[in-house]
Write a new protein. Structure first.
Length: 118
């Protein structure tokens, strides 16, 4: 299983970014996907998760109402739409796959840097 995350960058507070995660895996639609982040000096934390079909999602309280997770199983790709970004959203963002949404997924991508700063 290989996961390629992209879409990170530098954004001003209040702005938006969309992260993508493309998976090289057989039967992508049988996996749940999660997004996690790790800020400098901090532990990696769960951000959002989506089940295999896309009809069930959950979010960390810190991003609820601002971030939206989605997926396109035909493209083997998941997304994290981030809006109303805050400086505290600055982190390396990772996508991950497992059979269910979990805080300890089996397969991880390489991470993409998101920096929110004026």
């Amino acid at each position: 299983v290989q996961l390629q995350a992209s879409g990170g960058g530098l954004m001003q507070p209040g702005g938006s970014l969309r992260l993508s995660c493309t998976a090289s895996v057989h039967a992508f639609s049988s996996y749940a996907m999660g997004w996690f982040r790790q800020a400098p000096g901090e532990e990696r934390e769960f951000v959002a998760g989506i089940n295999w079909s896309g009809d069930s999602t959950n979010y960390a309280d810190s991003v609820k109402g601002r971030f939206t997770i989605s997926r396109d199983n035909a493209k083997n790709t998941g997304y994290l739409q981030m809006s109303r970004l805050k400086p505290e959203d600055t982190a390396v963002y990772y996508c991950a796959l497992d059979r269910i949404v979990t805080t300890t997924p089996r397969y991880w991508g390489q991470g993409t840097q998101v920096t929110v700063s004026s």
